[in-house]
Design a protein around this ligand. Structure first.
Ligand code: THU
Length: 131
């Protein structure tokens, strides 16, 4: 688990370098790991039409889905301060196992560990649609 954490944090740090954040200047990197150890990165991508901006976490998750993969086993986020936004928590909650670890490294050097369920208790889930 320590190796998985280190690999994910390194990948998220590298992804942060690619952030396109000319409006907020708030650069965020994310990385998700798949069951075979493959890592998929994401960074925040902003737009002059501000509301179209997307967070690093969703870019990483959606990139993996676009590669045909949803077998998520871990995620890391590297961010100046804070933790995943509510929208990203909802997307994680739908796509990732509830007990999946999410490591968040902030610029003060702290690394916090959450699970997906801790980030969004009592989430709205697909089964609530009654399908
Ligand atoms: N952002 C993320 O990428 N992830 C988060 O968890 C919080 C916010 C981005 C969105 C926007 O590009 C910038 O950070 C400022 O909100």
């Amino acid at each position: 688990m320590e190796e998985r954490k280190a690999q994910l944090l390194a990948a998220a740090q590298a992804a942060r370098e690619k952030a396109y954040a000319p409006y907020s200047h708030f650069h965020v990197g994310a990385a998700v790991m798949l069951s075979d150890g493959t890592i998929v990165q994401g960074c925040n991508v902003e737009n002059a039409s501000y509301g179209l901006s997307v967070c690093a976490e969703r870019v990483a998750l959606w990139s993996a889905v676009a590669q045909g993969r949803r077998d998520f086993v871990g995620m890391a986020l590297v961010v100046a301060s804070g933790s995943p936004c509510g929208a990203c928590r909802q997307v994680m909650s739908e796509l990732c196992p509830p007990d999946m670890p999410v490591w968040v490294q902030t610029d003060d050097g702290e690394v916090r560990r959450y699970t997906v369920a801790e980030l969004l208790p009592d989430a709205f889930h697909p089964h609530d649609l009654g399908d």
